[in-house]
Design a protein around this ligand. Structure first.
Ligand SMILES: [Zn+2]
Length: 197
């Protein structure tokens, strides 16, 4: 489990920010891990704000909702830059479904961290083709801490890091309903992709 080397902003030292990334495939528990970290900060009376891209309206508009319905209030934003103003007064900024944000995300997270804010971003590291997803690779490059969580392969039970899509749609932004995707290991992902062009 990820243990923060420090979590607080003690009054006798200057406020220091940093960036944490939680990445992995679908069904790997990314959002649960994000919520775990954010809830601990909230209990400690730190000012926490959670953002998600306005595009993700799978369940409730204002909640970050993971697959186990462990919900936490969040603010949908259209552009990464919106978080600079909205998050400026926070101790901790959480970002869910970070892969759906625009390329400004990395710069926004750096600016927030530079101003003393702890930034925790969770998102898919790979799309359904197994390629790096949107702004995630850049964000992982500038983060102090990167945690890659894994799912269980729904074919063979091995450790899974790929999101295999069953649906025929070629749309990259097809949000993660259970029946459209399954978590797969490298071997089973490659087997499933055979015969697709
Ligand atoms: Zn497998």
């Amino acid at each position: 489990m990820f243990i923060e080397p420090r979590v607080g902003n003690s009054s006798h030292i200057a406020r220091r920010g940093w960036i944490e990334v939680i990445c992995g495939s679908m069904f790997s528990g990314k959002t649960e891990e994000l919520i775990r970290r954010l809830n601990r900060a909230k209990i400690a009376k730190q000012k926490v704000e959670i953002f998600k891209p306005a595009i993700d309206t799978r369940y409730h508009v204002e909640d970050v909702v993971s697959h186990n319905a462990n919900a936490i209030r969040s603010t949908p934003v259209s552009f990464a830059h919106d978080m600079l103003l909205l998050g400026s007064s926070c101790d901790v900024v959480g970002i869910d479904e970070a892969q759906f944000f625009d390329d400004a995300l990395m710069d926004v997270c750096v600016q927030l961290a530079n101003s003393g804010i702890r930034v925790i971003a969770a998102g898919l590291d790979m799309d359904y083709l197994g390629k790096p997803f949107g702004p995630m690779p850049a964000l992982m490059g500038v983060a102090e801490y990167v945690t890659k969580v894994h799912a269980v392969c729904m074919q063979c039970g091995d450790i899974a890091s790929y999101s295999f899509r069953n649906a025929a749609s070629a749309q990259k932004i097809l949000l993660g309903e259970t029946d459209s995707y399954e978590a797969r290991c490298r071997h089973c992902f490659l087997e499933g992709m055979k015969g697709r062009s």
